[in-house]
Write a protein that binds this ligand. Structure first.
Ligand code: NAD
Length: 300
């Protein structure tokens, strides 16, 4: 049995931590929101009141936090993870964050003798619940190999991408595609409906033809075709529009830094900014379909 500490029990972190509990390991969990800790305790985990009590005796630490600033807050300072765990501790930082923060955290980990990998994920809440998410990993290969069996308890596809930060690179490039394809799928479902083609029939075609993609077949933005997609639950997240906006910002910032053209990424970011500014920020990102339909802000 391994002692595992899990920090960040939100939409993704809670089901991921639950999957570790199911394997019989000792899993302690912490979140700044007490209700999240309560939910974890109900699932058989050991809920903690702060980071210090969560990571005490931890052999492995896993973090699943919103943004780079939250990651820094959790790792740095006298009450941060780096100051509280033993040298040699294995750490999987699974949040989607900017490359700069990721590399900074790697550097600090190395200086303190920790074995850290960046291991952001893809697959959504449904994937986290069914332990089928994809992990994309950056860091030293032997640290990756040591953590891989634990990642396999939470996910299905585990891909080593290379040196520190390259997991994040893979993730933001992946979500650049996701943000763009979700808008494309939403435009097409809206148009099909306005032209008199039923969403179920269009789904049958698009999910089996050249338009096929995750945004359609696994996460269809139109209500009906995919029972697990947020469209069937009034666009309750899932993956919030503000998280998608964050990821598109990460991608377009990185594009600027490297002089890489990203016209559709920039356009997708503008659309998600409008959607978020008009009341959509806490809805699932697939709710962009409603926005494109011209739904009035008060109805969102
Ligand atoms: P979330 O906001 O639901 O969960 C994050 C949790 O971290 C929250 O419960 C928050 O209270 C907690 N938190 C913040 N600061 C903390 C701190 N200092 N100490 C302890 N807890 C703290 O977000 P999420 O949807 O679970 O996403 C987490 C990360 O995973 C994000 O980077 C996101 O981009 C990425 N991601 C999300 C999805 C998805 O479908 N939701 C899919 C893939 C990747």
């Amino acid at each position: 049995m391994t002692n595992i500490a899990f920090i960040g029990l939100g939409h993704m972190g809670l089901p991921m931590a639950k999957n570790l509990v199911k394997t019989g390991h000792v899993v302690k969990g912490y979140d700044i929101v007490p209700q999240a800790v309560e939910a974890f305790t109900k699932e058989g985990g050991i809920g903690c009141k702060d980071i210090a009590s969560t990571v005490a005796d931890a052999e492995i630490v896993i973090t699943m936090l919103p943004e780079g600033k939250h990651v820094r807050a959790a790792f740095e300072g006298s009450q941060g993870i780096f100051n509280l765990v033993k040298p040699g501790t294995l750490i999987a930082e699974c949040s989607t964050i900017d490359i700069e923060t990721s590399r900074h955290i790697h550097k600090e980990a190395e200086e303190k003798g920790m074995r850290l990998i960046d291991a952001p994920v893809s697959g959504g809440v449904a994937g986290a619940e069914s332990a089928t998410i994809t992990f994309m990993v950056g860091g030293r290969r032997h640290d990756f190999e040591a953590l891989k069996p634990y990642l396999e308890m939470m996910g299905k596809t585990i891909i080593y991408c290379g040196e520190a930060g390259l997991g994040q690179v893979a993730k933001i490039c992946n979500n650049l595609i996701l943000g763009i394809t979700m808008i494309g799928a939403s435009e097409a479902f809206n148009l099909a409906e306005r032209l008199g083609l039923d969403a179920m029939k269009f789904f049958e075609v698009a999910s089996q033809s050249s338009a096929q993609c995750w945004s359609i077949s696994k996460y269809c933005p139109a209500p009906g075709p995919v029972p697990t997609s947020p469209a069937n639950h009034d666009y309750a997240p899932g993956f919030t529009a503000s998280m998608m906006l964050k990821d598109l910002k990460l991608a377009t910032d990185a594009a600027q830094l490297t002089s890489s053209a990203s016209p559709l990424g920039t356009e997708a970011m503008s659309l998600y900014t409008l959607f978020c500014n008009n009341g959509g920020q806490s809805l699932d990102f697939s709710g962009i379909l409603r926005f494109l339909r011209g739904t009035h802000a008060s109805d969102i």
